[in-house]
Design a protein around this ligand. Structure first.
Ligand code: GDP
Ligand code: MN
Length: 402
């Protein structure tokens, strides 16, 4: 689950990292109100930032500066409602405008292969780090932190020095690097990224001037499997931006991953679901999804799974593969009959049910005139053939397994 920038900033601030003040607004009027407060508090201007769960908002015109309350209201009005990478902007963050002297990249990411937390830094901040990695791999410093020890002082120093953050910035840069790792561990995040981390020039109310390091952007991705341990983070999920199919799957506790093919797969058990996808591919087809209805699924879970699969217009056929253990075959068969009766569009279905209560399941399926298969291999071949009947035939069809 991705957090919106304003939520990610809260987590960084709570960990003691330097994050500029700012508040979120949903209307131009609210944005004007926040701008009025910030300007009255001494800010030289404000920055209005679209809150959407995609990167590159700056380039897309979703990050703009305003110097007066009126400007802020007008710009917020422009940004609210605009579409960035297909997502409608519903909220903006209004923060004091930073006078940026230099932009850095600093991030912590879970490195599963290394079983460590990878801290990456670059003096080439502000731009996409993937681009830096491709064009100038040497411009990125990489250090692995131990999950229990965190980023040790000597490692944090190595990162800071590689970025050229020496002298008056060294201590802060080290604290920020260590803080990112702490935020990652404490929140079970798999990514905590600040881009840009910036040196900004500031003038205090008493007229004194100075420069300091601040986190100007924040991106945090949480590990979905750990969310039950963080109800306060779950509450920050942005339902507006969640794919409706993902939401239904989550609510029904169905493991669902959308793919690009045409053969919808409804399976119980993750291993069996992967095997099913492999066999679909071997038979010359492409799976439209990975879907595991879990153990002991009842008829309504099956119906929900069917809705999820059919919501994808590319699906031409559904392959149902159930190995009954805790899950009862007859329960699934009833769910299929019910789901088909309410199904939004007619697509062929190939059903294979074995294991617990397979026999009563066969009776139900036969009465309802479902196409059944005895083996998984046969089911995959039949599903691929049915998808070709439903869709266009192409060169791949000629080499089909018969
Ligand atoms: P992103 O494009 O989605 O990553 O959004 P960012 O928050 O990183 O903003 C994009 C760019 O806008 C940054 O790299 C900065 O160059 C610029 N920017 C962001 N906030 C400010 C600000 O307060 N003042 C100024 N002058 N530029 C800003
Ligand atoms: Mn950014």
């Amino acid at each position: 689950m991705k957090l919106q920038e304003f939520h990610a900033r809260e987590l960084l601030a709570a960990a003691g990292l330097p994050v500029p003040a700012g508040r979120v607004a949903a209307t131009p009027g609210e944005a004007a109100e926040v701008a009025r407060e910030l300007l009255a508090g001494g800010a030289g201007g404000v920055v209005i930032k679209a809150q959407v769960l995609v990167g590159g908002r700056g380039k897309a015109g979703g990050v703009k500066l305003a110097s007066t309350v009126e400007d802020a209201e007008r710009i917020a009005g422009d940004i609210l409602g605009m579409s960035i990478k297909g997502i409608t902007v519903r909220k903006v963050l209004v923060a004091p405008a930073a006078d940026i002297r230099h932009e850095y990249y600093l991030g912590a990411v879970l490195d599963r292969a290394a079983q460590r937390i990878l801290v990456m830094g670059s003096a080439e901040g502000g731009v996409e780090i993937e681009q830096v990695a491709k064009e100038k791999p040497d411009a990125i410093v990489r250090v692995h932190a131990h999950p229990h020890l965190g980023l040790l002082d000597f490692q944090a120093r190595e990162v800071a020095l590689a970025l050229g953050l020496t002298g008056p910035y060294l201590a802060d840069a080290m604290a920020i690097a260590r803080g990112l790792v702490r935020v990652l561990v404490e929140n079970d995040a798999d990514l905590v990224e600040v881009n840009p981390l910036a040196i900004v020039h500031e003038r205090a109310a008493d007229g004194s001037e100075g420069e300091r390091l601040v986190c100007l952007d924040a991106k945090i991705t949480l590990d979905d499997s750990a969310l039950p341990r963080h109800p306060e983070l779950e509450a920050r999920r942005d339902l507006d931006e969640e794919d409706p199919a993902d939401r239904e799957a989550r609510e029904q506790e169905i493991n669902f991953i959308h793919l690009d093919g045409t053969i919808g797969c409804l399976v119980n058990g993750a291993g069996l679901a992967m095997t099913t996808m492999d066999l679909v591919k071997r038979a010359g087809g492409e799976p439209a999804n990975f879907l595991d209805i879990g153990g002991g699924a009842k008829a309504d879970t099956v119906a929900a799974a069917m809705r999820l699969i059919l919501a994808d217009p590319r699906v031409e056929v559904i392959l149902v593969n159930i190995f009954g253990g805790i899950t009862r075959g007859d329960e699934v068969a009833r769910g299929l009959v019910e789901a088909r009766a309410r199904q939004s569009r007619a697509v062929p279905m190939v059903v294979r049910i074995v294991g617990t209560n397979a026999e009563p399941a066969q009776v139900i399926l036969r009465e309802a005139a479902f196409q059944t298969a005895d083996s998984l291999e046969a089911a995959a071949v039949q599903a691929v053939a049915a998808s070709r009947g439903a869709g266009q035939t192409g060169p791949a069809a000629e080499g089909a397994v018969r």
